[in-house]
Write a protein of this length. Structure first.
Length: 368
């Protein structure tokens, strides 16, 4: 502990004893046997173990809030309830052992019952797991959660925060997080279809990170509906005729009127094709029968299994030309430009790449 004496040098004493606080001397005379803990007007008293500081003025002894050297913040215990709010969680409590959660509770402190019991707190002696034991600064009270009430159903009153009328609103205010919404397209699968096809039905899903006051979806055929307070859901939009990329937007507004949005798109994409064979040219049907996938890029690595066969790689001209590398050495296949009709009826210009020679074995080709 430390005592700053007027007109004297600073004397610092370290102690392993916590809980020592300043005392007020019987008389204001520094010479009459004052104690190490006595504090006179205009002096300071520092407990170095608990890291607490007091000063004495004409009106009495006042504690000064210090910045915690570890966290760099004022400790929660030094803040008034007007800043913290009305309730401060202290931990769990075993209501079966006969002892109160604390012998010196402060206003707004509460414990959640972990073990049911009949400990008497100011006349309240029935405690179920999940109940709150809360102190108002004078007596103990109880928030009965044994009926599985939700935070929305528990009323809350604080004159400093009149808008917070339920525990949920109070906690949302004290532990506020920004709204987040995500969107997905599950029909068509993966949100992508082959260009040339027509999409008649779309399944749009959404998920929010908390209860919102408003959740709406906009886009072709989307209903004008507020889906709140649901935090997730899926709608199916029918009677559509989509042939180009179509985006649906999820809009949400939380109880604090902050907003967020997310998008999910039905994408119409070209296919790319690859395989092996002995023919030097292929028909539309033969190309469509090759291995294929929807894509937006020509870049790919393929291992062809050849038995005295050519390898093929076919994709839209709009993706640009490619280089082919086999075993680290550039390979120059034969390339031609063809008009190709895919399985969905779309006609577009494609590059048709074919190995220059018939090959045998597993041939790994890196295409860039």
């Amino acid at each position: 502990m430390t005592k700053l004496v007027k007109g004297a040098r600073l004397l610092i004493k370290n102690s392993e004893i916590s809980g020592i606080e300043p005392t007020v001397p019987a008389v204001e005379d520094h010479t009459l046997g004052w104690l190490d803990t006595d504090i006179y007007k205009g002096e300071f008293f520092l407990n170095m173990v608990d890291y607490r500081l007091w000063t004495r003025t004409n009106t009495g002894v006042t504690e000064i809030a210090l910045i915690d050297p570890i966290s760099g913040k004022i400790r929660v215990s030094d803040l008034p309830s007007s800043i913290l709010g009305a309730v401060i969680y202290q931990g769990t409590w075993n209501a079966s052992i006969g002892n109160p959660p604390s012998t010196m509770p402060e206003q707004g402190w509460y414990w959640i019952v972990g073990t049911s019991g009949n400990t008497n707190l100011d006349g309240i002696n029935e405690w179920q797991s999940g109940d709150w034991a809360i102190h108002n600064g004078v007596v103990w009270g109880k928030v009965d959660n044994s009926n599985n009430l939700t935070a929305t159903e528990i009323t809350y009153t604080n004159q400093s925060y009149p808008a917070y009328t339920t525990i949920e609103l109070a906690l949302n205010g004290l532990l506020y997080v920004l709204p987040v919404v995500t969107g997905t397209i599950s029909i068509p699968s993966g949100g992508a279809v082959e260009i040339g096809s027509t999409v008649t039905s779309v399944s749009v899903g959404w998920t929010t990170n908390k209860i919102m006051s408003s959740v709406t979806i906009t886009g072709t055929g989307a209903p004008v509906t507020n889906f709140a307070p649901a935090t997730s859901g899926t709608i199916v939009i029918n009677s559509l005729s989509l042939t180009t990329n179509t985006t649906y937007t999820m809009h949400c507004t939380d109880l604090e009127l902050a907003t967020a949005l997310a998008t999910a798109t039905v994408n119409f994409r070209y296919s790319r094709y690859w395989g092996v064979g002995t023919l030097t040219t292929l028909s539309d049907g033969q190309i469509n029968a090759l291995s294929n996938e929807l894509s937006t890029t020509r870049v790919k690595t393929i291992t062809y299994v050849c038995a005295n066969q050519y390898f093929y790689y076919i994709y839209p001209v709009s993706w640009g030309t490619s280089t082919f590398t086999i075993g680290g050495v550039e390979n120059v296949p034969i390339v031609s430009t063809i008009s190709h009709i895919n399985n969905s009826g779309n006609n577009a210009s494609y590059y048709f790449y074919r190995s220059a020679n018939l090959l045998t074995g597993n041939i790994t080709v890196v295409i860039n």
